[in-house]
Design a protein around this ligand. Structure first.
Ligand code: ASP
Length: 333
């Protein structure tokens, strides 16, 4: 009999309505599951539930929770066939990206899921998301951090939250779905990560001073110059299209030069959900000279990767080089 570990961190899946809006409920999640007969079906693997404290709305998840989830999985790897992480949907794509760097060479599946409607409410999407995630965690077919939601299994560091209110809330527009759950769960071997013959690695992340700046038409870039202090180590710049930015007044050039002088890394990602950053294709990318290309990484993956590379203690030059290299499936090399 397969056995999986369910790590409950918070999120809508276990929330209750309160006068302040939805909040994590008081009843242990394992008790809620025990009341729902489907979870004792012999078709499902046996499971243990580990409940984090405090339970969080994922808006409050930080590097500490990423490390705590990673550490829990690392320490219990030999005890289970796979892991399901129950997490709020709002920052689930960031956590999935971070875990793909924290836990490398995974020998077993790590599946993040959650729901848009709490498990205890009528019309909840939680039961299907959780049941399918449990089956995937016990499948022995996945060797990476992935995110399951509404019939789609996505590579964790390629996923983005697409909708604030649709039950089909996630997709990975820049990478094929790694499995689809219809009548059967169909895995796509050609896009799944192969099992590594290297040992599992846990690399906890440090709280690094990184940031995200989204470019918009008419942006008065000089207003942002003051955020580029010596303390800031990495910036993800969300540029237009293939990596284009306003060229007026050369203000962005100053920012990038200042970041460079301060030893910070500027990574250009695209505001478009699909396609690639290609600095140099347009003259309008001229101000990005000195920045590195985020290629087709999501902003979520680029942020997590900056945390990871700085936590590894690499030199700025090495970090710039590695930002453009595929480390764990986060970009097309
Ligand atoms: N605010 C919630 C969270 O991210 C939303 C959800 O779980 O769907 O924790």
């Amino acid at each position: 009999m397969k056995r999986i570990c369910i790590i409950y961190t918070g999120g809508t899946i276990g929330m209750e309505r309160t006068e302040n809006g939805y909040e994590p409920g008081k009843e242990p999640f394992a008790d809620i599951m025990a009341r729902i007969s489907d979870f004792s079906s012999p078709e499902l693997p046996d499971y243990d539930v580990i409940e984090f404290s405090p339970l969080l709305d994922s808006s409050d998840v930080t590097v500490n929770e990423w490390n705590k989830i990673g550490r829990t999985i690392y320490e219990k790897m030999d005890l289970y066939d796979g892991f399901v992480v129950l997490h709020g949907t709002d920052t689930m794509a960031y956590t999935a990206s971070a875990l793909s760097f924290i836990l490398q060479n995974l020998p077993k599946p790590v599946v993040l899921t959650g729901s848009q409607i709490p498990l205890c409410e009528i019309r909840s999407d939680a039961k299907d998301n959780l049941i399918s995630s449990m089956l995937i965690a016990a499948s022995g077919k996945v060797f990476e951090v992935c995110l399951y939601f509404a019939g789609k299994l996505l590579r964790g560091n390629r996923a983005i939250k697409m909708s604030a209110d649709s039950l089909i809330a996630f997709d990975s527009p820049n990478y094929p779905r790694i499995a689809e759950a219809g009548i059967d769960i169909k895995y796509r071997d050609s896009v799944l990560m192969k099992k590594s013959d290297k040992p599992l690695v846990l690399k906890e992340l440090d709280e690094e001073p990184v940031g995200v700046l989204k470019i918009f038409p008419g942006i008065q870039i000089e207003l942002f110059e003051s955020i580029i202090t010596e303390k800031l180590r990495g910036v993800v710049l969300e540029a237009f299209g293939a990596g284009n930015v306003p060229n007026y007044c050369g203000a962005l050039k100053n920012i990038i030069a200042k970041a460079h002088d301060n030893g910070a890394v500027v990574v250009a990602c695209s505001q478009c959900p699909t396609g690639n950053v290609s600095i140099g294709t347009y003259a309008a990318s001229g101000s990005l000279k000195g920045a590195v290309s985020g290629k087709n990484m999501t902003t979520e993956a680029a942020v997590a990767k900056l945390y990871y590379l700085f936590s590894c203690g690499y030199s700025v030059e090495k970090i710039k080089e590695l930002m453009e290299v595929d480390l764990c499936g986060e970009l097309d090399g």
